[in-house]
Ligand binder design. Structure first.
Ligand code: G1P
Ligand code: ZN
Length: 546
């Protein structure tokens, strides 16, 4: 007989969700009652979950299954009627978003620290998504944080753990739990949006091959089912396809620094696959590669926007687009020529939700290897890969040809992000504060021929609910359409990370074949000078350059 018990607890002061939920070291989450407190705070704020359906799943990292057991027991004690959980506790972030929408759930809980490393000493995270399928807005996460600082008890049903390895229906007290196939509903949605027949015919005949690197994270089972089984891609198309608790010791972030096996395969000469892609820990990020060719994520969004009407799911056109502040302005050029609205939002997917719900936009993306559309309310890695495959099948061009033609028509935005990692938090705050103080006087100044036209601390008023987000990053615009943006990361778990985003705009096609870092070398120097990075952070160079 399972009964609800009330457990006395003491609060923690550090449960403040960041850009994407609460992210901490596993060791922090494993402190007594740490997870329980936070989960109870979610249930207190999300009172709409009572009597309703909740979706639960995660990226398979260490502590995923233990956390799910706790969540199920607290959910049952808090009156949730029904829960859907992915088999073995697995659900990609986009799959959770889709399941919430499809089943009209009141919300979802995602266990993931996205692209951060996993394992006993790695990172863990927990995020709540609301009934539109998207990340909870700041008003929600602020309320959870406030409650977490004074929480004194939580409700839980003390009962045996639920086996998650079989697809079955079980109960905790009155709460029904359905353990479901994590892949099938998501795969069906993809088949509605893209021309699977056309992509499949491209793979038959062996003249087109791909490689998808699942990085031992959650997308392995999705990629195998969709690319290998349903689209008949070349055998071995999916590499590192078995989700592991520690991602095989890797850093499941789909970029050139971490998806090294994939990148070297695409650069391997004659036998290289025609198309390469990777996704991150929880399946919402993507990297797209051609042979010897890297597609910058900001360009990917622009190319998608220019071509969406060719694809079945978007044939009636797109209403508008949005990009986060640091994302390059390549998509702005496309939107301008198409005569559609282009919104500039703060960093983080949660700012796209209202624009999507209000049908102001169809596509959106971030420079941090994220793109998505109104099909769900999260960014979506496999979706982006399918978008590119479908586009290649239609255009019968290589990835590189598609990108170069795009630049020819719209101009090229050279773009780079320089991350200074694990710097002292106070030093980082001082640097930003110093920039803020300078901002009023920087306009008009000239640096190596680049004249500043505007410098401010970005703030955003949501056009749908009029909420305001301030202090979202220092942006410096130059008269030649180049730009530098500075902001501090909101997802790190060690010290502070300063992100510096640098771009310039080149219309002359004879200048479209430069190497990115050399094309931006002068602006990189300017970015160091203006912010006095060495003085504040004692760093000569960025730690990670993407
Ligand atoms: C980073 C990215 C941001 C993305 C977020 C979650 O956040 O920069 O675009 O939405 O991860 O994937 P940051 O660490 O910069 O706050
Ligand atoms: Zn992610």
């Amino acid at each position: 007989m399972s009964t609800t018990v009330t457990i006395e607890t003491t609060p923690y002061s550090d449960q403040k969700p960041g850009t994407s939920g609460l992210r901490k070291k596993v060791t922090v989450f494993r402190q007594p009652r740490y997870l329980e407190n936070f989960v109870q705070a979610i249930f207190n704020v999300a009172s709409e979950l009572k009597g309703q359906l909740l979706i639960v799943g995660g990226d398979g990292r260490y502590y995923n299954q233990q956390a799910i057991q706790v969540i199920l027991k607290i959910a049952a004690a808090n009156g949730v009627k029904q829960v859907m959980v992915g088999q073995n506790g697995l659900l990609s972030t986009p799959a959770v978003s889709h399941l919430i929408r499809k089943n009209k759930a009141a919300g979802g809980i995602i266990l993931s620290a996205s692209h951060n490393p996993g394992g006993v000493d790695g990172d863990f995270g927990i995020k709540f998504n609301i009934s539109n399928g998207g990340p909870a807005p700041t008003s929600f996460t602020d309320a959870v944080f406030e409650l977490s600082k004074s929480i004194s008890q939580y409700q839980i049903i003390e009962t045996a753990d639920i086996p998650l390895s079989e697809q079955q229906q079980v109960f905790i007290a009155d709460m029904q739990i359905n353990i479901i196939d994590p892949v099938s509903d998501y795969a069906a949605l993809m088949a509605e949006l893209f021309d699977f027949q056309k992509i499949k015919s491209m793979f038959t005949g062996d003249n087109f091959t791909m490689c998808f690197d699942a990085m031992h994270a959650v997308t392995g089972p999705y990629a195998k089912e969709i690319f290998e089984n349903q689209l008949s891609a070349n055998s071995g198309a999916v590499i590192n396809g078995v989700p592991l608790e520690d991602f095989a010791g890797g850093h499941p972030d789909p970029n050139l620094a971490h998806a090294i096996e994939l990148a070297s395969l695409l650069n391997s000469g004659l036998n290289a696959p025609d198309f390469g892609a990777a996704s991150d820990g929880d399946g919402d990020r993507n990297m797209i590669l051609g042979q010897h060719f890297f597609v910058n994520p900001s360009d990917s969004l622009a190319i998608m926007t220019a071509n969406a009407h060719l694809l079945p799911g978007y044939k009636s056109g797109i209403s508008g687009v949005a990009r986060s502040l640091p994302t390059s302005r390549a998509v702005d050029k496309v939107a301008e020529s198409m005569g559609i609205r282009c919104y500039e939002t703060p960093t983080g997917w949660k700012y796209f939700g209202n624009l999507l719900d209000d049908k102001r936009i169809t596509l959106c993306g971030e420079e941090s290897f994220g793109s998505g559309s109104d099909h769900i309310r999260e960014k979506d890695g496999i979706w982006a890969v399918l978008f590119w495959l479908n586009l290649i099948a239609i255009k019968q061009q290589s990835v590189e040809q598609i990108a170069r033609e795009h630049w020819k028509q719209y101009g090229r935005h050279y773009y780079t992000r320089h991350d200074y990692e694990a710097i002292d938090s106070e030093a980082a705050e001082n640097l930003i504060q110093h920039l803020r103080e300078q901002s009023a006087t920087l306009a008009g100044k000239e640096y190596a021929g680049h004249k500043i036209t505007l410098c401010d601390d970005f703030s955003y008023r949501d056009p749908v609910d009029n909420s305001i987000a301030e202090k979202q990053g220092i942006r410096i615009l130059f008269d030649d359409e180049s730009r530098i943006v500075y902001r501090l990361s909101g997802t790190g778990t060690e010290g502070a990370t300063l992100r510096v985003y640098i771009e310039n705009y080149v219309t002359d096609t004879t200048q479209h074949t430069l190497e990115t870092q050399s094309a931006l070398a002068d602006l990189v120097e300017i970015s160091k000078n203006i912010a006095q990075i060495k003085t504040h952070c004692n760093r000569e160079q960025a730690d990670v350059i993407t």
